[in-house]
Ligand binder design. Structure first.
Ligand code: GTP
Length: 406
């Protein structure tokens, strides 16, 4: 099962956090004494206030400051001070984590809201309604943690939430591949597992460090679930779109709509997708030498090869005569490159034959990765930019000598 391709996100702090963090920095200075009112404390405070560094680095820095403070107490043989320092640093760590969580949750609320907006912008939501339902579930979870109120927690049983009811009901029929179904069930159970752990934190003395990790994990699981739902959605949608009569691939008519929806989904799930433009090489020669019947058979052969080698959730369009456009959701450049390369190589290892005769048939490929943060507006211009970028790569592949992936 492919892991959704997602880039790391960073969190940005507001002014109130900066003030609290300056206070914490001062507290560290007091704890460490004159010797340690050093640049590294100020740097730490600055780094935290800018939130440009991962939380794990903050905890690492705190740990080293803790060691220094304890060493001072040990050198003075003051065991009471050692214990006090330990306690104070535990509190400091919790305060830092609490600040991070508050900010992270508020930011998560905004991100979730945006994700829901992108789903609402789809021309048809189809199965994405289930991702939307889980995003709303997440919003309730965020509210519960922000207000520290377990009463506000959403449905905890994975069998009973909106998505769970669909997954163990109608979804059993729709997701036919049992290993894929198992993967989604596991993801969903893990997501509810983290929410159960969050509930435990809320019911008992809350450890903010643990809470921070749990919330982050919940968000990633939620996005993974969204990516999986969008892949199943594609598999279903393929059967409803217009097909090119010769190859059976999707016709260009639905391409703009599909690309616009893919860009919305990519924003909603925070995963990159790839577009591959490919074109059979010197196809005119094949037509001229062997005739149009052979040319047609070659087009059908190549179409079939793509269907066999790509995922059922990848969308393959006949873009023009012997040109094809492939949309690969939740895919990085390297993953798409590898797929295109194995497709290219397979034309040599298992070549196209006509009436028992192997024919020379090669193809060139241009690959582009589209990251969600790369585009702001999703409209006809954005689609044209994507197609143009893929076309430029294909042009480069042709200029490089054909029969290659760029
Ligand atoms: N048999 C057949 N040929 C087609 C079809 N659609 C387009 N073609 C032919 O595909 C050929 C494309 O030729 P070109 O655009 O010159 O491209 P090429 O010969 O593949 O050269 P490069 O792309 O530069 O490698 C033309 O001869 C078209 O007539 C079709 O549906 N069936």
């Amino acid at each position: 099962m492919d892991v959704p391709y997602r880039q790391n996100q960073s969190v940005i702090a507001d002014n109130s956090h900066q003030e609290s963090i300056q206070q914490l920095a001062r507290k560290i200075e007091v704890l460490l004494g004159q010797d340690f009112q050093s640049s590294n404390i100020k740097q730490l405070a600055l780094a935290v206030s800018e939130q440009k560094i991962p939380f794990t680095l903050i905890t690492h820095e705190l740990a080293s400051l803790r060691t220094k403070a304890i060493n001072v107490a040990v050198v003075n043989a003051d065991m009471v001070a050692v214990e006090r320092t330990q306690n104070e640093f535990n509190q400091l760590e919790d305060s830092f984590a609490s600040l991070y969580i508050q900010h992270y949750l508020k930011d998560l609320e905004k991100r979730n809201h945006l994700r829901i907006q992108h789903i609402n912008a789809l021309s048809e939501k189809n199965l994405l309604v289930h991702f939307e339902a889980h995003l709303l579930w997440m919003q309730d979870l965020v509210k519960a943690v922000l207000s520290n109120n377990p009463e506000l927690l959403p449905e905890s049983n994975p069998l009973c939430c909106e998505f769970g009811q669909w997954l163990y009901g109608e979804g059993q029929e729709i997701i036919r591949d049992s290993s894929h179904r198992k993967h989604i069930e596991e993801l969903h159970q893990k997501l509810h597992g983290t929410s159960a752990a969050i509930a435990k934190e809320l019911h008992h003395a809350r450890n903010n460090l643990r809470m921070h990790a749990l919330i982050k994990r919940t968000e990633f699981l939620s996005l993974d679930l969204g990516s999986e739902i969008s892949l199943i959605n594609n598999m279903i949608l393929v059967s409803t779109y217009n097909k090119d009569p010769l190859t059976g691939l999707l016709s260009r008519r639905s391409m703009d709509k599909v690309l616009i929806n893919q860009m919305e989904i990519s924003k909603a799930t925070e995963t990159s997708f790839c577009v591959v433009m490919c074109d059979l090489d010197n196809f005119k020669l094949l037509n001229d030498d062997k005739g149009h019947l052979v040319g047609d058979a070659a087009l059908k052969f190549f179409a079939q090869r793509m269907i066999e080698q790509l995922r059922r959730s990848d969308l393959i369009f006949r873009f023009g005569g012997e040109e094809f456009l492939i949309v690969l959701p939740s895919t990085s450049y390297q993953q798409a490159y590898n797929r295109a390369e194995s497709l290219r190589a397979s034309l040599q290892s298992a070549p196209f034959c006509f009436e028992g005769e192997p024919q020379i048939l090669t193809a060139s490929f241009g690959v582009v990765e589209i990251a969600p943060e790369q585009y702001r507006y999703i409209d006809k211009h954005a689609i044209n930019d994507v197609i143009h970028a893929a076309d430029s790569r294909l042009y480069k592949a042709k200029a490089t000598g054909r029969n290659c992936v760029v």
